[in-house]
Design a protein around this ligand. Structure first.
Ligand code: ATP
Length: 591
């Protein structure tokens, strides 16, 4: 099971790879057209000023014509005003487009990521994905909201300026053109080096966020093992690596800028010197030389600006490429094309010779030749040593993974032919260590059924034996539970999870009993809550309590992915040594 495309480690960073992202500009045609018009107008106005300058020098200054000087002054002021208005429109529209497009891309990527299958997240680092979602999109924003317009404006200025240079003096332009390769080739070579270094710096920054995320997520483990210093050192190592990588890039970039200035302005000075001689010999007029100098500065400025933003464009191209790759990966687990519209009133579940290998562990099956029939409303207790495959059975029912061979059927229909929404909508999961989101208790319970009313939430909390402790909290059900529910005990977290499952009213219940010892009061409450919850539902329970086991309709003893024995507690105790040993070691008596 491989995803159609994995994230490339070394994106090529070709500017044309930004092309697939152009579709994000499509809905904003008017803004793009407005920005384009403003850009064109502003560039033409700048170029027009050179022609004005030539006219002014030749006709106004040389001939002492005061009226013409005054007239030129007012024209210049008007053009400047129009230029300012066009620049305002360009800046506003382009920056707005940058923000808008990146907001759309972010939302799209998140929507895409959240629909990816579980296997994808096992093979992709979360930090890597977060960095795509934040750093890469921010890079794109700089480019769409600025660099592209700088590049386009300066390309226009470059070509327009060059044309006008030709018109002003072909001879001087000839000299200038001769110098172009001398100026451009070193810049291109160094620019490439800057990009490579930029990419390396980017990767080092991704390492920082991966490390920070991992360690902050396991802060309890780190503090309990007093690993703070160790972690600090490791983190500082990453930070220094990133700093060193950034430093190499900055040094190269600074050198590039200095080189650009030297080469470009050196070339202009040379042309000026040659042009000066032409004026002295009368080959060209003073106005022509003034305009030529003006256009040379415009063209040189344009080359400089392009060389500045080209690195940004290349970096953004790398980012764009990674984002496109991310959007192109398709989930391995999807709803079928033609969905069987079934109403799940009850749940008969049938495993038909199921064998499953985890995508990352292809040498050994996690489940092998597993066949089982579970009638509606029955309770199946899954028991077995650690790593036997109990949790894997849950993951397969939830269709987090598809079996490599065999079928799982719900009411006779292969679950691959049921829409994921319908299938998962019929399942309630109570994990061993429930996830509590950083919001109120009420909203945490509501996650089981987003459309539940407040009364239903209270009723679910009551049935889950959670109402009493929740009401005693400072703001009752509206109390904020802290990140990952740190303000709750293990037993309380479980009861919230049970309330969540109750409000979902699922036909299939997947219950992973906590192995950790709870105090007898918590144990009693949870037992009560679970009994409420299991009534009338097809239940799979990874059982650790003797009372759950004795009440189950069937006990399935799993060992190394295979069913080793099926029976009641009493039968298994008598006929199976592994079960007898497990019973002695693992099963707790409920209080
Ligand atoms: P426990 O009681 O310790 O939770 P379990 O019976 O629930 O164990 P499973 O989690 O189903 O066991 O694991 C079955 C086997 O599959 C184990 O050998 C485990 O190492 C492997 N396994 C579990 N999850 C993955 C995964 N995501 N990728 C690869 N292998 C996995």
């Amino acid at each position: 099971m491989r995803h159609s495309k994995d994230i490339p480690l070394r994106p090529k960073g070709k500017i044309k790879s930004l092309r697939p992202l152009l579709r994000y500009l499509k809905p904003y045609k008017f803004q793009v057209a407005g920005a384009g018009f403003a850009l064109l107008f502003a560039s033409s106005a700048v170029l027009g000023m050179g022609a004005g300058l030539r006219y002014l020098v030749d006709n106004g200054l040389s001939k002492g014509n005061t009226d013409l000087l005054n007239q030129a002054f007012f024209i210049l002021l008007s053009v400047t005003l129009l230029l300012a208005i066009a620049s305002y429109a360009r800046f506003y529209l382009v920056s707005w487009l940058g923000e808008r497009v990146v907001a759309d891309i972010r939302a799209d990527i998140y929507r895409h990521l959240i629909s990816m299958d579980i296997g994808y997240f096992e093979t992709t680092r979360t930090g890597e994905l977060l960095s795509r979602l934040t750093t890469d999109t921010t890079l794109l924003q700089t480019v769409i909201g600025g660099s592209i317009s700088v590049a386009v404006r300066n390309t226009l200025l470059f070509f327009g300026g060059f044309l006008l240079l030709m018109i002003t003096s072909a001879r001087l332009t000839g000299y200038l053109s001769f110098m172009v390769p001398v100026v451009v080739i070193p810049i291109v070579i160094l620019g490439k080096k800057v990009r490579t270094l930029g990419r390396e710096a980017q990767e080092k920054i991704a390492d920082i966020s991966v490390h920070a995320e991992e360690s902050l997520n396991s802060i309890r483990t780190i503090q309990s093992f007093t690993l703070e210093n160790h972690e600090n050192k490791r983190f500082s190592g990453h930070v220094e690596n990133a700093m060193n990588a950034a430093n190499s890039r900055i040094r190269m970039r600074a050198f590039l800028t200095a080189l650009v200035i030297c080469l470009v302005f050196g070339a202009i000075a040379t042309v000026l010197w040659l042009g000066g001689h032409d004026v002295l010999t009368g080959t060209i007029s003073g106005g022509q030389l003034s305009a030529f100098v003006f256009y040379s500065v415009v063209v040189a400025g344009a080359v400089g600006a392009i060389s500045e933003v080209i690195a940004d464009l290349q970096r953004a191209a790398g980012a764009g490429e990674r984002l496109c790759e991310l959007l192109a990966v398709s989930p391995n687990i999807t709803s079928p094309q033609s969905v069987q519209q079934i109403a799940i009133e009850e749940a008969n579940i049938h495993f038909d010779n199921v064998t499953f290998f985890y995508p990352t562990r292809t040498e050994r099956p996690a489940i092998e030749n597993f066949s089982l029939d579970v009638g509606a409303g029955k309770t199946i207790a899954l028991v077995g040593p650690s790593g036997a495959g109990k949790t894997t059975i849950f993951q397969l029912i939830l269709r987090f993974y598809d079996p490599n061979s065999g079928h799982i059927r719900l009411n006779g229909i292969d679950i691959k032919n049921i829409s994921l929404e319908r299938l998962r909508g019929a399942i309630g999961l109570v994990p061993q260590d429930p996830v509590i989101f950083s919001t109120s208790a009420r909203d945490n319970i509501r996650l089981g059924n987003i459309s539940a009313t407040d009364d239903e939430i209270i009723e679910a909390a009551r049935k889950a034996s959670a109402l009493e402790f929740l009401q005693k909290m400072p703001n009752g059900l509206d109390t904020y539970l802290g990140e990952k529910g740190v303000q709750l005990s293990g037993g309380q977290r479980q009861r919230i999870a049970i309330a969540r499952a109750i409000i979902r009213d699922p036909k299939i219940l997947l219950l992973d009993e906590a192995t950790s010892a709870l105090d007898s009061e918590n144990e009693y409450h949870i037992q009560q809550a679970l009994e409420q919850l299991m009534q009338g539902r097809t239940t799979f329970v990874i059982a650790h309590r003797l009372s759950t086991i004795t009440k189950a309709d069937h006990i399935i003893l799993l060992n190394e992915g295979c069913i080793e024995a099926v029976g009641t507690h009493r039968e298994l105790l008598q006929k199976n040594a592994l079960y007898a040993r497990l019973a002695e070691l693992q099963f707790k008596s409920a209080a």
